[in-house]
Design a binder for this molecule. Sequence first.
Ligand SMILES: [Zn+2]
Ligand SMILES: [Zn+2]
Length: 461
Amino acid sequence: MGTLSAPSSHSKTSRTRTSERPHITELPMTWRNWWKYADWLNVYFVVIIPLIGCYWAWFTPLQTKTAIWAIIYYFNTGIGITAGYHRLWAHTSYSATMPLKIYLAAVGAGAVEGSIKWWARGHRAHHRYTDTDKDPYSVRKGLLYSHIGWMLMKQNPKRIGRTDITDLNEDPLVIWQHKHYIPVVALMSLIFPMSVAGLGWGDWKGGFIYAGILRIFFVQQATFCVNSLAHWLGDQPFDDINSPRDHVLTALVTLGEGYHNFHHEFPSDYRNAIEWFQYDPTKWAIWTWKQLGLAYDLKQFKSNEIEKGRLQQMQKKLDRIRAKLDWGIPLGQLPIIEFEDFQEQARNGKALIAVAGVIHDVGDFIKDHPGGGAMINSGIGKDATAMFNGGIYNHSNAAHNLLSTMRVGVIRGGCEVEVWKQAQQENKDISFVNDSTGARIARAGAQVTRIPEPIIPAQPA
Ligand SMILES: [Zn+2]
Ligand SMILES: [Zn+2]
């Protein structure tokens, strides 16, 4: 259910009966039963009536006053959903005084998206079970499904995730609106907007079609975008474990609900956009109501917490870029070689150089060495730690990075490197900085070949 069809409470007998018979969604779809899959009431209200409205609009001239009124009422009913149904009732991100609550419950009903109770229950399930089978509008089932399909198709009530709505059941206004949903929605979605245009400037028909039917259609499609577009288009600055995304386009369409990655991370924050320049008119409305004494207890996450999430996500992205680069064979995977063997191999023509206990094969690099071939040749078969770290030339960070890609072995007893490797084999706890994928990070200037203080060479070069 989703639009005009506020759910009625099931009796005990109907509950037993439904649990005995398999739900239609559990049966295979055939030519005979396909029509049973559709929620026809919703198909009628979300698709057929708007189509009839478009047809009528063709024969109904649009008066300027009616157009302005339709737009004004569009924003009011939209705010009813975003500031009312969503941020006030589903997330309790602020508290509202009774006059404001009555206004939001009334204009929210004018958007024809079900009762507050029904809407908030589904939305809480969406947050609790995002992207899973229990998410009533999971984008994993397709963009169209998350936008509108979930309402046009019958949903298996056993599948929808359970959520706690005791607070809503204790809210007399929510209960009243749920009980009297049909008359409330008829009044607020059609009769009221039509009467304003009719009594105001005599345009009853235009008021009914433009401020009523077509305005409902646009509000519905815009707010449905939060379930579809906001889980599909944009960035994920706070977390990428699930589908919610931030995008200005979605925000423009949905009265500021488009910063949806932030919203799923900090759902009880009354804001969706945290920067002053981002478009979040719902936030501005709530803030203004606070200044007018209509709203209070606006909840806001500490910027320290928000920035931590943003930084961690940035780190994750960096790690992904880092993982694509060649950092040389990890030290733990290199063979351990005796110093004598290393010297022997170098004598036999291999261009091996040891720096900080790590053996490097520089054969292919000699001709490209910026300091000339002679310099690099003088280090072959030797421990060139001191030469490399300032004895002859204090090599740059880039040089250490490049050197690491030439690693071929580790010398037994070669400085800390072999000690570290030994400890790894013995399963001792040695802490190194690891990225989010578990790979060891070499920070700028922190390659293993780099010796912090330049070493004074034993013999002047
Ligand atoms: Zn969402
Ligand atoms: Zn939400």
